[in-house]
Design a protein around this ligand. Structure first.
Ligand code: AMP
Ligand code: ZN
Length: 489
């Protein structure tokens, strides 16, 4: 274990930064709520997963052995803000006239592609809700046995009032049941729940349900929250270290996960609850339902309406790293253009590292510089602070290469190791590509120049041929108002 492992984590459960102490020394169990694959994940979803990828990477960088579990939601009734059950996968399946799992599989292939493109490390396991129906039924049975759930007409509901006699409902979100009463609608006559805050663990099948399973309570399907309780405990145990997800999942999803764990095994599942903040568009949360979203490939291909040029996945990832995971981030042309410039400076400094001359003395305290990288990340994974430290290093590297500063061989070795470690392994950027990219850029400049000449000479067949042949090679050329841009698909 590295000496640099005094990590502080902001724990949503206590509302404070706490020193991270794993249950088993040197090992970390981490569960993160994954995507509901009824459509292609949007850039906002990707931000949450990229933030947890950063956390996963840093924990491993300082020497932890991490078991990272992130589920795929492919079943279950999610409740909307009005408390109504919505089977979004079933809805998409009906619309496309295919089976539910065809929808999930189609978007999972896409999601796996996106993970690779955005350089996210695959979790240790990505279990699915449909693969764990039996486990979910078993957790529900335990909750009923313990007296915290009741069966009504083929459905099972969590009994929040019975639970409240032994445990505290609202421990994570701080919402008190009484306060909830004011913001939630009254129970109506058809409602099967005994109390407005009770939530479904199992829902009796509807005639138009696209997926149905057998259970001791009749045919039906699981409620939304139970899958995470079943899968996190199956793969990480009743108690594990970190549970994460987007901030919008804190209530009710994570609150109900805690209630289900306490209600089934008597203990709260995770020691540290981490919530990643939202990607916004003009100050508003990017979401499918608001329609203000763009897809991760649209921004790479330059086909969104928000940006008039494409950005590489590294630049997009780098832009994300310049906001702390607990802060909101607004993607704007300005923030992405600044990230692009910054990324180029970082790449150029990296390329200089290999050819710096060493001297008998260093004109800067390299150990302190390197320590600042760790200090930033140890402070609740503060990536923007890390980026600031890396730019300090960039400045130093540039002045050394101009002959205005000096570095010893030992310090250069240390700086090279940690600079590249933090850039590649922790931030997950892929600068090696930058050098091949720069060769490609030279060739593309030449080719596009030739195309421009052809167009000026009204030689349309040559200009079209260049464009088509590039497209065949996966390079998309776009004529915009500020000139020609290109992107590799
Ligand atoms: P879903 O597929 O809707 O279950 O969402 C998957 C993950 O993306 C969850 O952890 C959400 O909290 C997260 N998420 C949804 N919208 C955003 C957003 N605009 N910014 C960041 N994360 C988001
Ligand atoms: Zn979950």
């Amino acid at each position: 274990m590295s000496t640099h492992s005094k990590i502080q984590i902001y724990n949503s459960l206590s509302g404070e930064k706490e020193v991270f102490k794993p249950i088993i020394d040197g090992k970390v169990g981490m569960y993160v709520c994954g995507p509901t694959l009824y459509s292609e994940p949007h850039m906002g979803n990707m931000r949450t997963f990229i933030n947890f990828d950063l956390i996963y990477r840093y924990l491993m960088y300082v020497g932890y052995q991490v078991k990272y579990v992130r589920n795929i939601t492919d079943a279950g009734h999610i409740t909307n803000s009005a408390g109504e059950a919505v089977d979004s996968i079933g809805k998409a399946a009906r619309l496309e006239q295919v089976q539910s799992l065809e929808i999930v599989y189609k978007y999972n292939v896409k999601f796996q592609d996106l993970q690779r493109i955005y350089n996210m490390l695959p979790p240790a396991i990505e279990p699915t809700a449909t693969g764990h129906i039996q486990e979910q039924i078993e957790v529900i049975e335990k909750i009923i046995e313990n007296g915290f759930a009741y069966v009504v007409n083929g459905s099972v509901y969590f009994d929040v009032r019975a639970y409240g006699e032994k445990f505290e409902y609202g421990i994570l979100s701080g919402r008190k049941v009484d306060e909830l009463a004011e913001e939630t609608r009254e129970l109506n006559a058809q409602d099967e729940k005994r109390f407005f805050a009770d939530f479904a663990l199992w829902k009796k099948a509807n005639p138009d349900d696209m997926q149905i399973w057998r259970s001791p309570w009749g045919d039906g399907n699981p409620g939304w929250h139970i899958e995470c309780t079943a899968m996190s405990t199956k793969y990480l145990g009743d108690k594990f270290d970190i549970h994460g997800g987007g901030l919008d999942l804190k209530f009710p999803h994570h609150e109900d996960e805690i209630a289900q764990s306490c209600g089934s095994v008597g203990i709260s599942p995770a020691n540290y609850w981490m919530h990643a903040n939202m990607l916004n568009v003009n100050g508003q949360k990017m979401s499918k339902s608001l329609g203000n979203y763009f897809l991760p490939m649209e921004i790479v291909e330059g086909t969104t309406e928000v940006f008039d040029k494409p950005y590489s996945p590294q630049v997009i990832r780098f832009c994300m790293m310049q906001a702390h995971y607990r802060s909101t981030l607004d993607f704007t042309p300005d923030s992405l253009n600044a990230a692009e410039k910054g990324f180029t400076r970082l790449s150029e400094a990296y390329e200089k590292l290999g050819s710096l001359e060493t001297k008998a003395e260093s004109s800067q305290d390299v150990q302190a510089l390197v320590d600042s990288f760790y200090k930033a990340m140890n402070d609740d994974f503060n990536a923007p602070m890390l980026v600031a430290g890396l730019f300090e290093a960039v400045k130093y590297i540039n002045t050394i290469s101009e002959g205005k500063a000096t570095i010893t061989a030992g310090d250069l070795e240390l700086l090279t190791k940690e600079f590249t470690g933090f850039v590649f392994d922790v931030l997950g950027l892929t600068i090696e590509k930058a050098s091949t990219d720069s060769a490609l850029t030279t060739v593309m400049d030449l080719v596009l120049d030739m195309r421009k000449d052809a167009r000026e000479n009204k030689d349309w067949s040559t200009s079209d041929k260049i464009r088509d042949r590039l497209a065949e090679a996966g390079i998309v050329v776009k004529d915009g108002k500020d000139g020609v841009t290109w992107t590799v698909k």
